[in-house]
Design a protein around this ligand. Structure first.
Ligand code: M6R
Length: 588
């Protein structure tokens, strides 16, 4: 989603901002822009398309102070005029979030003589600053924020101020100190350039100059915020030996399992966690997309381990129809980024209703960690590809360890041995490419399974559709005959997962039902006997290393992630940046 960077220092701001924006590209965006200020003048370049498109324009941006933005369109098309920054009079503004009351503000400002040049909700912020400014930038920003409804991270330049101002509500702003003073919506923009950082609190306003930061609360009372050392994740830049981040990150699945086990065993108070879960009257989980799919596996794992009801909820639904919780309930918010707006909202509702909130996240400084009573770290390292892969594997690892919180050592041993098999699968492209080719030659792809395989089927389907744009669905194999079979013919592929001996016969029935309607079938299995029986009957069969049923989802999930990756590449898509999608969905 949208990204913000700001800089005040001794270096040329344009280059600093350009580098910062490049680090935010992974979030997904459709236009980019930069404003700098120099000797009482603002210079702005912005255009639809990639950040790289700004490179030839940087020399026209003098000055050592500026703000930059990557935009993911919400209000108004992805064109040059709607790109940020938006300029009005002495002000230039970038904004992440949504201004819900922009239409009425725009009407009011238009009546006062303001002329708008974009269709965005964000442009009203520049006009409000111009309207309220009376010689004090922080105060103009305070008055502006008081008029806004919705959520925002704002950075604003003013020709009368030798620096810039930022403000936040429900959208993160991080300040960083290094060779100069930085602000950003995402810490990745600061890695390598700032040695310490602080996350602004809700409602904070800050002024950033060449000399440092002045931070205020929403009433403009000066406040101090804690700065922490910023350790760069070295070696995370670039795709390494892989052509894409998605492949690199799938190949980090095994590493993620090992790191998450290590961290869990060394840092989690297992007795306290076990007692909390043991005494809960219910355990509810909230998440979106892949994080929700991981929670589905969590329901099986925790449901088998604890006596209370355990349920998973799509966060965008739960926030309007929240699960009923009490002060004995536990809510687990699952989120790679820890910034997903719907997940934050659903988690906040459960917490306010009394639930003990556990954040399961890959990002240690994220909003969900500040809201939670307890954080369970997923140690996947920065995930750059829009499609979640290694973070899903890390979430599954966490759920496994939670399900045996009191004595996780044996489970960790099993997980580490499964990690070795995951590494083998991730490094082998042959079978994945065969199935990927079948996917792109098909009108639709269904992913089927029974038991825990259903959860992976649902996630495999999401992965395929988001990076290859092929229509796909994932559901229990037993449901086939209750409707979906009507769609099956020779142009439709069904990928059938079979990992549980006890359910294999039933899965084979589904395979036969598809074959007898001329449907194509690819089987992905950990069971040698099933493979031997089916390999000559179906169109493709992939035998994965043997694994106990409860661990097989690490193997099948890795296999399906690879299938999705190769389907994207074979069909000429960039798997790292699927169209229309953003890495971190910070709007509701
Ligand atoms: O950062 P989060 O885990 O909260 O993100 C949730 C979803 O937006 C995310 O999983 C999305 O579905 C991915 N694109 C899936 O690959």
């Amino acid at each position: 989603m949208c990204g913000i960077v700001g800089y005040a220092g001794r270096n040329r701001a344009a280059e600093e901002l350009f580098e910062g924006l490049k680090k935010l590209e992974y979030r997904g965006y459709d236009s980019a822009g930069i404003s700098t200020a120099d000797r009482g003048e603002i210079f702005t370049v912005k255009r639809s398309g990639m950040v790289e498109g700004l490179a030839p324009l940087l020399k026209g941006l003098p000055g050592t102070v500026g703000i930059g933005h990557t935009r993911w369109a919400t209000h108004g098309a992805a064109n040059d005029a709607n790109a940020h920054p938006h300029v009005c009079g002495a002000f230039s503004v970038v904004h992440n979030g949504i201004i819900e009351n922009y239409a009425e503000l725009r009407e009011e400002l238009t009546a006062a003589g303001h002329v708008f040049s974009s269709q965005t909700d964000s442009e009203v912020i520049a006009h409000l600053l111009d309207y309220y400014y009376d010689g004090d930038l922080a105060d103009a920003l305070r008055l502006t924020c008081a008029r806004l409804k919705g959520c925002w991270a704002i950075a604003a330049l003013c020709t009368h101020f030798d620096g810039f101002a930022v403000a936040r509500r429900a959208s993160p702003v991080i300040l960083g100190e290094g060779e100069g003073y930085f602000a950003a919506s995402d810490i990745y923009a600061l890695i390598g350039r700032a040695h310490s950082y602080c996350v602004l609190e809700e409602g904070d306003i800050a002024l950033v100059t060449h000399r440092g930061f002045t931070i205020y609360d929403c009433h403009l009372n000066p406040v101090s915020r804690q700065f922490e050392p910023l350790k760069g994740e070295k070696g995370e830049d670039g795709t390494g030996d892989c052509p894409h981040y998605m492949l690199k990150e799938i190949r980090q699945n095994a590493r993620t399992m090992r790191a998450t086990c290590r961290k869990f065993l060394s840092s989690v108070d297992r007795a306290a966690l076990h007692s909390r879960l043991q005494n809960a009257d219910k355990i509810v989980m909230v998440g979106c997309g892949t994080a929700y799919n991981a929670a589905l596996a969590g329901v099986r794992l925790l449901g088998g381990a604890y006596d209370c009801p355990v349920s998973a909820h799509i966060a965008s639904e739960a926030r309007y129809d929240p699960p009923r919780v009490t002060d004995r309930s536990v809510c687990i918010a699952v989120s790679q980024s820890g910034e997903t707006a719907d997940t934050l909202k659903a988690a906040a509702i459960c917490r306010e209703a009394g639930a003990y909130l556990i954040a399961m996240t890959n990002v240690g400084y994220s909003a969900i960690t500040r809201m939670a009573h307890k954080v369970l770290p997923v140690c996947a390292g920065p995930e750059v590809c829009v499609a979640a892969t290694k973070s899903y594997i890390g979430q599954l690892t966490c759920f496994h360890l939670m399900s045996v919180a009191l004595s996780p050592d044996k489970r960790a041993e099993w997980l580490l041995s499964a990690a070795d098999d995951v590494a083998k699968i991730a490094s082998c492209g042959e079978y994945a490419q065969v199935i990927a080719r079948m996917c792109i030659d098909s009108r639709a792809v269904f992913f089927l399974g029974r038991g825990a395989d259903v959860d992976v089927a649902v996630e495999g389907s999401l992965k395929l559709k988001e990076v290859s744009y092929i229509f796909s669905d994932g559901y229990p194999a037993g449901e086939l005959k209750h409707g979906t079979l009507a769609l099956v013919d020779e142009s439709v592929l069904s990928v059938v997962l079979i990992t549980d001996d006890g359910l294999a016969e039933k899965c084979k029935n589904a395979v036969e039902q598809i074959l007898s309607r001329s449907g194509k079938v690819a089987v992905v299995t950990t069971l040698r006997q099933t493979y031997d029986e089916l390999k000559d009957r179906v169109h493709a069969a992939w035998l994965l290393p043997p694994a106990p049923a409860h661990l097989s989802h690490f193997l099948t999930a890795t296999a399906l992630q690879l299938v999705a990756y190769h389907a994207a590449v074979l069909s000429g898509r960039n798997p790292d940046k699927p169209r229309n999608l953003a890495k971190s969905v910070t709007v509701e």
